[in-house]
Design a protein around this ligand. Structure first.
Ligand code: FAD
Ligand code: NAD
Length: 466
């Protein structure tokens, strides 16, 4: 039987990063993945394919809506070739997952293909083409998550679908009903809206992206309405029924009246659930909490001292970069180091256009905690860079402590906000004040100038260009 210092179950951005870091630290490492392709949700049916389709559909939208104004005339009709779009997406996925194979080889990590199940706290049975057993001193559970649904919905994977199916449709829906106005619903909703679908979002809460700063929800809602999305907040879905090729969704609105949505596809995007099916965690004595997550302490250690868990299968934001940070952290803890993650500084991004990005506390959180804060906000439309590319929507908002000027939260919506948020993360990591950012030179013309201007606005209302 092969023996390892560390065995990792699951090869998503949590598991494969943990494996690389363990190998870098000199540990004999194995990774177990039930699918034949490494990379987990993120690379195969999550971050990467969704961004590939967002990019393709964005190019199409630009071509049909903006090229003429830019002085680019294309003779004949511009058409979507969905088959090619999906094929390109798949080739991006294949290249990316192929890169993980290379990294496993480069770092001399043994890869086992098959379902990993605990036999006891140091032995894992791997059920692949053959059954294998390995032994490991330390085990990291990185088994991720799967889409969740509502008890009365039957996901048939044809018309009533999750994100996984939405990434490989063979036709453009005429009317896509999206249940859940969170990250997945809005990103994939926007893909199909751009390609010509009518899109109706049905959201239970009183605003879309309800966990982000409410200013971002309001602005994104405004922009999506301009893009002709139908957004229905405060709607409680009560039934989803397929009749032939039609899907009928019934919901109660705020007044308690029944509203009916009829479409040809329904995307259920109401969150994801931790995944531990087949893991046989109980054989190792590992405890799960009432949400089905592996219960861990601040060192991501389970109740069994040599077994750790990371990523979507534990508490916290279900984000690839959070999973990866946790993978590195656990590898370093096993190696005897004392690493740390500041969860307040894990940024969140929605890759719609305009992009939405946040780090730190929201205004709602600061109000609830009774913090004395000040706000500096700057609209993207006041930037020369925004006018040059006709990306006028959005703003950057900086929240800073009223007494010390320390930045407590940065919330932005606009072109390239996903990349711009990195400046805010660095600033907050170094406990910068709003004035620190206000005094730093930002290249002109860039979208990042909005961050400087918002910082100036937070610093004695000194914004220059509004
Ligand atoms: P996963 O990536 O879920 O990997 C777990 C792996 O474990 C899987 O490969 C699974 O097959 C394997 N596994 C499970 N059980 C076993 C077992 N018993 N034996 C062997 N293998 C097993 N996050 C972002 O940060 N940015 C984004 O842009 C983004 N976009 C997304 C878009 C979509 C459509 C979706 C669905 C998710 C997106 N996410 C995004 C979330 C991101 O994909 C997850 O947070 C991330 O993949 C979690 O990583 P993980 O390693 O914890 O688990
Ligand atoms: P989510 O939590 O972002 O959004 C789910 C939405 O569904 C919420 O707005 C919620 O209020 C709503 N909802 C819940 N129950 C409902 C009901 N009964 N009726 C109507 N609406 C209901 O979850 P998601 O969009 O499914 O994404 C799952 C996870 O994947 C998220 O945790 C997210 O972090 C991750 N993800 C991240 C990215 C990114 O980083 N860009 C992209 C996609 C997914």
């Amino acid at each position: 039987m092969n023996s390892y210092d560390v065995a990792i179950i699951g090869s998503g951005p949590g598991g494969y990063v943990a494996a690389i870091r363990c190998a870098q630290l000199g540990m004999k490492t194995a990774i177990i993945e039930k699918y034949s392709v490494l990379g987990g949700t993120c690379l195969n049916v999550g971050c990467i394919p969704s961004k590939a389709l967002l990019d393709s559909s964005h190019h199409y939208e630009d071509a049909i809506k903006h090229f003429e104004e830019h002085g680019i005339d294309i003779p004949g009709d511009i058409k979507v070739n969905l088959k090619q779009m999906i094929a390109r997406k798949q080739s991006v996925v294949d290249q990316t997952t192929g890169g993980i194979d290379f990294l496993m080889k480069k770092n001399k990590i043994d890869v086992y293909q098959g379902l990993g199940s605990f036999k006891d706290a140091t032995h894992i049975t791997i059920k692949g083409e053959e059954e294998t057993e390995i032994e490991a001193k330390n085990i990291i559970i990185a088994t991720g998550s799967k889409p969740s649904s509502l008890p009365f919905i039957t996901i048939d994977k044809e018309r009533i679908i999750t994100s996984t199916e939405a990434l490989k449709l063979t036709e453009i829906p005429k009317h896509l009903i999206v249940i859940g106005g969170g990250v997945i619903g809005l990103e994939l909703g926007q893909v199909y809206k751009r390609l010509g679908s009518e899109v109706s979002v049905v959201e239970y809460m009183d605003r879309i992206i309800p966990t982000m700063d409410s200013g971002l929800s309001k602005e994104l809602n405004k922009v999506l309405k301009k893009q002709k999305f139908s957004i229905n907040t405060s709607h409680k879905v009560k039934s989803v029924e397929r009749v032939g090729d039609e899907v009928i969704v019934k919901a109660d609105n705020k007044k308690g009246e029944e509203v009916e949505f009829k479409g040809d596809y329904c995307l259920v995007s109401v969150g994801r659930r931790p995944y531990t099916d087949g893991l046989n965690a109980e054989a190792a004595g590992v405890k799960l909490n009432d949400k089905g997550q592996i219960e861990v302490n601040e060192h991501l250690q389970s109740n069994v001292s040599n077994i750790y868990a990371i990523g979507d299968v534990v508490k916290g934001a279900m984000l690839a970069h959070k999973a990866s940070e946790e993978g590195s952290l656990v590898a370093e803890i096993i190696a005897g180091q004392k690493p740390h993650i500041d969860y307040n500084l894990i940024p969140g991004v929605v890759y719609t256009w305009p992009e939405v990005a946040s780090v730190g506390k929201t205004e709602e959180q600061l109000k609830e905690a009774g913090v004395d804060y000040k706000t500096g906000q700057f609209p993207m439309r006041a930037l020369g860079r925004s006018r040059a590319s006709m990306d006028l929507d959005g703003f950057v908002k900086i929240l800073a402590d009223k007494n010390t000027d320390e930045i407590l939260g940065v919330h932005m919506i606009g072109a390239r906000a996903a990349d711009m948020i990195a400046e805010a993360v660095v600033a907050m990591e170094y406990k910068a004040s709003a004035e620190d950012i206000a005094r730093m030179s930002h290249a002109h013309p860039t979208f990042a100038e909005a961050t400087k201007e918002a910082a100036l606005a937070a610093t004695e209302n000194r914004a220059l260009h509004i």
